[in-house]
Write a protein that binds this ligand. Sequence first.
Ligand code: PHE
Length: 451
Amino acid sequence: MKEKKNNFSSRIGFVLAAAGSAVGLGNIWRFPYLAAKYGGGTFLFLYLILAVTFGFSLMLTEICIGRKTKKSALYAFSSLHKKFSFLGILACLVPIIIFPYYCVIGGWVTKYFTVYLTGQGQAATDAGFFTDFISKPAEPIFWLALFIAATAVIVMMGVQKGVEKASKILMPVLVFLSIGIAVYVLTLPGALDGIIYYVRPDFSRFSFNGLLAAMGQLFYSMSLAMGIMITYGSYVPDSENVESSVRNIELFDTGIAFLAGLIIIPSVFAFSGGDESVLSSGPSLMFITLPNVFASMKFGNVIGLVFFVLVLFAALTSSISLMETIVSIIQDKFHLKRRTTCLIVLLLSVIIALPSSLGFGIWSGITPLGMSFLDFFDFVSNSVLMPFVALFTCIFVGFIVKPTSIIEEVEKSSPFKSQKLYTILIKYVAPVLIVLILLSSVANAFGIITL
Ligand code: PHE
């Protein structure tokens, strides 16, 4: 197979594109709520430790596998070892499942962006505005198709002119906007209680479940175990220092997650005194509670608009990484042109997204495993396939191709400072942690335990 000609043109371009994938909806509503629930500062501290050890090892591994083989996940594993082609197939399934439903949520964000853009933020505070909208048959499909189309246009332009360029513009804007809104929110009366609740270490709230939640969040947040970092790694030139790139990507991801908490938690506190059930309410926090919070602020429509621009950019850079990964898999397999591939993926994704969208309306009666379609796809990909792929990746690197193969890859550009730590983590610590995540998330889904 011929090598891909795609490459990132600069280190900063690569770091921003990978950070763009990592920073997404998970950072904005999930991280703050988990931190608040599991002991504030204690959770933040633990999350950081896990990010620089566990997350670091897994991300570095994926990027190196991509760079070494110069292939998408589909062939990367099998080109290193024939018997592991199954792992490539599993890794590719994850973005194929996630992309359509992620775009359903991306469509909702696009709709809210236009609501605020046209100055109708007040309308979004009506009870029922959100549920009426998502249960309609046609309108959410229009928005999701628009969101996928926007993603497709960028991916179609290629790695340098599309993915890299979009990340170089969107990511700095995103940082700037998050800092801006956080500063504004901190001036609100009552915000201080929210900050204290968010960051003050409360050891009594910390538990084993908190540890599992931190790990699960880390996985999803760093876009691991779904072939994305393998694909992006395949575009990284050998001269790049991957160790420090991974450190930068982590810093970005965790920094934005932390800032999102500084926006959301004090806002909810200023508005309603920080009811935990509100903070933990997931999509409804973003689409129902926050519009009410914004409406209660001075300049609420502007803040709401800026907030939804932020969420839209975060969602868009993540969906770009998902689509790029799928496109590179198809190109590796069928050798089609990028344009044709993008059009095929665009069309198929809209079709595959239909159940996830209609599952909130006319198809709400169909509930696989007792979940809505969107939750079901989310469960299969995040709670089952991803830990499985990550576990086998660790076994593959730890015991089959051996950590030295990754260490050599890192050292193509510069000495690998944390190689001893890396070897222990990838061989022993990460697999054990991943098995725990897998068991607990399945047990949680079947109601055996509650996380
Ligand atoms: N990392 C993203 C987040 O934190 C989630 C995501 C994973 C998005 C994979 C796209 C692809 O929200």
